[in-house]
Design a protein around this ligand. Structure first.
Ligand code: NAD
Length: 455
């Protein structure tokens, strides 16, 4: 297929053949599930080569995650795709009203490199379930995984249903110049703006799954050891290259020392004395990303880790202490294994600081106090998050996942993915057996009658 006309070509296909029946969508998703199972070792290997992902992480956060998403979708898609009868007001008597879920048409999915399999396949599953044709553009930074995705999808889907385009900025821009029916983008806020601008040209609706600095707030009543362990897990998973990783931690000043010691021991327990040799610790995706991260590490403030090997794209799990808002590490999303700890003197001020910054993708709160939980949820606008844990909110398909403001717009996972890729067609159906004359001119004397039915 010609890259420059891919959207129009698939749209022609979509318009002439119509959307796939739900039974065929299920067949395709079942075939996708089986192909993923058959290719599990190959996919895991590709993720290890691109990102040094352990097979455990590759399964839990990528391959198994998608198998779960497919199973959940297969279980519910018929119900989601059903037409929905809704009530009709008396004034429209005796008509009936129905909502018909239908696909947008041809969807473009652009995905990043950090969870390259999950973030490409998860929207794809919902887009296919909703009956769309899909063009997928995986990230150029993870060539092994992207070509494994391409081989997998080419094996499962005919090319008039799902197409994979491999490439970088030039290819993505060529795609973005076309009039897709929906664009689902996961990546940085900077590129999110480029995507939205291009979409505006065709009035194409978008979902933007972006990033930002996700805070982790430790309140004085928190179980400190557990907070440190769960923070360290969420931060150093995938070597910190997780959009919902805790970007920084706010901790009561008097607890900073103890908290850092707990972090140190969690890191030691997870990855041993030399994380470089741990099969469970990942690598930075590229040298350019590695160089950017090194600039954020202030050796004078480093309490844990800090060592690195450029040739191996290895950066040790690193914790910085006594960080202040003006430090360079607080100026951008870290997106790597560097955890700044900011001590605070009173919780109200710390909360104000968080609430006055750009709305984050995630927020984590560690506390034993219900009132503190309620106050934080009330005061801060954020995409989603956890209380007394990190990252796991995205593992529940019943929770919509997405950002707000600069961290994104729209959400997905589970039913929400289906809804994202569905246009709900609203239809009012009137009987031809009677024709109530009240609405027709001349109106003289009719308003008082009409008002009898209105509130
Ligand atoms: P990125 O924005 O650089 O790239 C994402 C995609 O956009 C890639 O496929 C890339 O080829 C394409 N792209 C890059 N530059 C482009 C341009 N100028 N024009 C058109 N297309 C372009 O993001 P990344 O570095 O791959 O991923 C890291 C970012 O993604 C972080 O900010 C992270 O927080 C965010 N992220 C968000 C989520 C989420 O679910 N909200 C998940 C993962 C990553």
């Amino acid at each position: 297929m010609n890259l420059g006309t891919i959207a129009a070509d698939l749209q022609t296909e979509h318009r002439t053949s119509g959307p796939l029946q739900v039974s065929l969508r299920k067949k395709r998703l079942t075939a996708l599930r089986d192909a993923i199972r058959r290719n599990e070792a190959l996919l895991s290997d590709a993720l290890a080569q691109d990102l040094g992902k352990s097979s455990f992480e590759a399964y839990v956060s990528e391959i198994g995650f998608i198998l779960e998403e497919i199973a959940f979708t297969l279980e519910h898609v018929e119900e989601w795709a059903n037409e929905i009868r809704v009530a009709t007001p008396m004034t429209l008597f005796p008509g009936k009203s129905t909502i018909y879920p239908g696909p947008y048409g041809v969807v473009l999915v652009i995905s990043p490199w950090n969870y390259p399999f999950q973030l490409c396949l998860s929207p794809l599953v919902g887009a296919v379930a909703a009956g769309n044709r899909v063009v997928v553009k995986p990230s150029e930074f993870v060539p092994k995984t992207s070509s494994a995705i391409s081989a997998l999808l080419t094996e499962v889907f005919p090319e008039n249903e799902v197409l994979v385009v491999l490439g970088g900025v030039a290819e993505t821009q060529l795609l973005l110049s076309q009039a897709f029916d929906y664009i689902f983008f996961t990546g940085s806020s900077a590129v999110g703006k480029i995507v939205m601008r291009a979409a505006a040209e065709h009035l194409t609706p978008v979902t933007l799954e972006l990033g930002g600095k996700s805070p982790c707030l430790i309140e004085a009543s928190a179980n400190l050891a557990l907070a440190a362990r769960r923070c360290a897990w969420g931060k150093f998973l995938n070597a910190g290259q997780t959009c919902v990783a805790p970007d920084y931690v706010l901790v009561p000043r008097e607890l900073q020392e103890r908290f850092i010691e707990e972090l140190r021991s969690a890191i030691l327990n997870f990855y041993g004395f030399d994380p470089k040799t741990s099969p469970d610790y990942g690598r930075i995706v590229s040298e350019a990303h590695f160089d950017r991260l090194l600039k954020l590490v202030d050796s004078n403030k480093t309490s844990v880790g800090g060592s690195s090997v450029r040739a191996d794209r290895y950066l040790a799990p690193t914790v910085m202490r006594d960080v202040v808002w003006a430090d360079p590490v607080m100026a951008e999303e870290i997106f790597g294994p560097v955890l700044p700890v900011l001590p605070y003197d009173d919780f109200a001020t710390a909360l104000n600081e968080v609430a006055s910054r750009p709305k984050p993708l995630a927020l984590y709160l560690f506390t034993e106090r219900e009132a503190v939980k309620r106050e934080v949820i009330r005061r801060v606008s954020f995409g989603g998050g956890c209380v007394n844990d990190t990252v796991l909110h995205l593992a529940n398909p019943n929770l919509p996942f997405g950002g707000v403001g600069p961290s994104g717009m729209g959400s997905y996972h589970g039913r929400k993915t289906f809804e994202t890729f569905t246009h709900y067609k609203a239809l009012f159906e009137q009987t031809t057996a009677v024709d109530v004359p009240l609405r027709y001119p001349p109106y003289k004397g009719k308003l008082s009658w009409l008002k009898l039915f209105l509130r």
